[in-house]
Design a protein around this ligand. Structure first.
Ligand code: NAI
Length: 711
């Protein structure tokens, strides 16, 4: 069955409807492009046709490239040819001598929007769910279907750069305001009527860039104003990417170089830069993890099968502090009724005020109406009364990190909620199995570990207690998806997964400082490695006193089990900075950094005296290697110990949980990319030089001998 429907009406207007029957969405696979090419040939060969409308038979217009196909390409020539073929098709379309209108019934992203840009006119249904943009950069690619050339020629170089560098997705009204779409319609009929009316009224339509008198809006790359943009844009991009994302560089180059040559040459330049990215390690890493593995997680890879989907209608939140307030906000945001309980009404009200604050900002920016804010806030009931918890499907506990208090609130809640309700703890350090001992129904007890700030962080780490049932896991999983976050599933163990591996990064920074490496070099290496923040600044943020507290607690726990904690070399530093130097972190405005009230934070001047510089300063590459290897190796140990059970959860958890360099594709993909045997060899060398924490996980040695990688 053809993926294209072609029909011509009584007025000579042809309509091509894209409808790839074998897929849920239209994508640029050969099954679509081949019949599309034939349909264009029909128009080219039929003089009676006066205009052409392109629309889709699916909910979306066209989702973009066939990522499976792009991911499989390892030969740059093949990538170049693919881009050139698609461009040739689009070029035929826009030069067919008849007006061509894109009737955008829904989302058009990447190659989908590039098709629309190759039409002379664009009408879109004003559907709040529709998105338009060129998001290729998010997978380490660039728009290879002429997007980097048509968009700047349409809206100007300066306006076009940012959306492509950030992969911005526009809503219909925004796209119209930006000049990407010409007209909006309220429904399909109106869209098609407007498309047809425009085609009939503009029989001689040509693209602006095919007009001999064409000039770039705002000037081409040689224009003095645009030259200024290109003088600054690369350094601004590098400040964000640290040079780790070749896609940003290639997009800038495409637009700059394309802005001094004719359109067809410009398109060929784009194909070359596209091919370079398709075969780059960064794009393979990002597509593998942020596309395939993330999709697998979203489709429920770690959710037990055969259990009916559930939704939470009423949620109880215990503790209206920083985390509880955030959990209430993200839940009410999707329409869940929330009872927010604290030990005083004042504290509970303060927790609700957190939502009011966030919403007021949206109202001020005209991104929400006052009515919508009021309706949102109505969903949150602040209280001290446990009786109001009755009828909750799920209760999440986020009170102080204290076993006795947690046990107390668990008992009080279970006295009120129904026998089928789920109870979750947001603990960051206490084992779930232990907390579940306070519960009369440990089978329905689970860990839901949120990250701060809750409204921004995309991950929730679901922790299974020894008795947690698959049904309870499924309910937790469904709730996390209901609030539009990504769940990973882990087994109960010290630090769970994310906190355990994250700690290795900040502790490596501390080790380096203790060894006498320059603190600024340490911070810079962290950023160059692709981490969002340097390890010392990050340690200040999560608080040095918390690290110290966890260290003391862990020593006690080990002692209680008759064991001795294997000490990390930097433990001594943590003790010194917190206890001797009284610098507990950012909250106290004193940690590795100083936080003056009126100026930006800066490294504490006392560091030089307390941690004198070593004569031998390591090269940046070795600092980076240590920070990344130590994390990847710990993640591999978590995988080996079954703390985390799938490669997808391990990789996505690392990127979404603590910002592990996204261009590396996550902690395990980092090892894949280096090569299993090479990683093991290098880890052994690091272990010999710096200590046992670098000794490669057994699973890595085994996989290296078997020639396997993480799939
Ligand atoms: P917080 O100190 O901001 O809030 C705790 C709230 O619980 C306070 O409002 C307090 O009044 C209330 N509370 C204490 N005892 C209570 C009781 N008996 N009954 C009712 N309410 C009571 O603490 P935060 O940061 O929100 O942390 C809460 C939990 O979340 C802790 O278990 C923490 O380990 C965990 N967590 C914290 C993260 C963070 O970044 N702060 C991240 C992930 C988990």
């Amino acid at each position: 069955m053809s993926a294209i429907q072609y029909m011509v009406d009584a007025d000579g207007i042809a309509t091509i409807t894209l409808d790839l029957k074998t897929r849920p969405m239209n994508v640029l696979a050969a099954e679509l492009t081949a019949p599309f090419s034939e349909a264009i040939a029909k128009v080219e060969g039929d003089a009676s046709i006066k205009g052409l409308i392109i629309t889709s038979g699916k909910k979306e217009f066209l989702a973009g490239a066939d990522i499976d196909g792009v991911f499989a390409i390892t030969d740059p020539k093949l990538a170049f040819d693919l881009a050139e073929q698609y461009k040739a098709l689009l070029r035929r379309l826009e030069k067919c001598g008849r007006p061509v209108v894109a009737a955008l019934n829904g989302t058009a992203l990447g190659g989908g929007l590039e098709l629309a840009l190759a039409c002379h006119y664009r009408v879109a249904i004003d559907d709040p769910k529709a998105k338009f943009g060129l998001p290729e950069v998010k997978l380490g690619l660039l728009p290879g279907g002429g997007g980097t050339q048509r968009l700047p020629r349409l809206i100007g170089i300066q306006m076009a750069l940012q959306p492509m560098l950030e992969g911005k997705e526009f809503k219909p009204a925004e796209a119209k305001a930006a000049g990407i779409i010409h007209e909006l319609a309220k429904d399909r009929d109106e869209m098609l009527a407007k498309a047809k009316a425009w085609a009939l009224a503009n029989p001689k339509a040509i693209q602006p860039w095919d007009d001999k008198k064409f000039k770039f809006p705002g000037g081409d790359s040689k224009n003095p104003a645009v030259v200024q943009v290109f003088a600054i844009a690369p350094s601004m991009a590098h400040a964000k990417t640290q040079g780790n994302y070749p896609a940003a560089d290639n997009i800038l180059s495409c637009v700059y170089e394309g802005g001094v040559v004719d359109f067809d040459t410009a398109c060929r330049i784009e194909s070359r830069y596209f091919a370079d990215l398709v075969v780059s390690q960064a794009s393979k890493n990002m597509i593998g993890t942020l596309w395939f593995q993330l999709n697998a997680i979203n489709k429920g890879k770690s959710r037990p099968e055969g259990i009916a989907k559930s939704t939470v209608k009423k949620l109880g939140v215990l503790g209206a502090g920083m985390m509880g307030a955030g959990i209430a906000y993200v839940s009410a945001k999707v329409g869940i009724e929330v009872v927010l309980l604290d030990s005083t009404q004042e504290a509970a009200d303060k927790g609700k005020a957190y939502s009011a604050n966030l919403l007021d900002k949206l109202v001020k920016k005209h991104r929400m109406t006052a009515e919508a804010r009021d309706a949102f806030l109505k969903l949150i009931t602040p209280t001290t009364d446990y009786a109001l918890m009755a009828g909750c499907d799920l209760v999440i506990e986020a009170v102080f990190e204290d076993r006795t208090i947690k046990a107390d609130v668990t008992k009080k809640t279970e006295a009120v909620i129904s026998a089928t309700a789920t109870f979750a703890s947001n603990t960051s350090t206490l084992p779930i199995t232990g907390l579940a001992k306070a519960s009369a129904r440990p089978k329905q007890f689970i860990g839901l570990h949120f990250f701060s700030p809750v409204d921004k962080m995309p991950l929730v780490e679901i922790i299974l207690g020894a008795e947690t049932t698959p049904e309870t896991l499924a309910k937790g999983f469904d709730y996390v998806q209901q609030i539009k976050k990504t769940p990973i599933v882990v087994n109960d163990s010290r630090g769970f997964y994310t906190s355990r591996v994250f700690a290795t990064y900040i502790m490596e920074g501390a080790s380096l400082l203790l060894e006498g490496q320059h603190p600024r070099a340490i911070e810079m290496a962290g950023l160059k490695a692709g981490m969002p923040v340097g390890p010392l600044a990050l340690h200040d943020e999560v608080s040095l006193s918390l690290s110290h507290h966890i260290l003391e607690q862990t020593r006690k726990d080990f002692a209680a089990e008759g064991k001795t904690l294997p000490e990390h070399p930097a433990n001594a530093l943590i003790e010194k900075i917190v206890k001797t130097l009284n610098r507990p972190g950012k909250k106290a405005k004193a940690g590795f950094y100083d936080y003056p009230d009126t100026a930006e934070k800066h490294l504490w001047s006392g560091l030089a005296k307390e941690f004198p510089l070593a004569k031998a300063q390591l090269p940046q590459s070795e600092l980076i290697e240590r920070m990344m290897f130590v994390q990847a190796n710990e993640a591999a140990k978590c995988f080996e110990e079954n703390v985390v059970m799938t490669v997808a959860d391990t990789n996505i958890g690392s990127i979404f949980g603590w910002g592990f360099a996204p261009f590396q594709g996550g902690a395990l993909q980092f090892i894949n990319a280096i090569g299993m045997a090479e990683f093991v060899k290098r880890s052994e060398a690091l272990a010999a030089k710096y200590g046992a924490r670098f000794a490669p996980a057994a699973v890595l040695k085994k996989m290296a001998t078997e020639g396997r990688r993480f799939e």
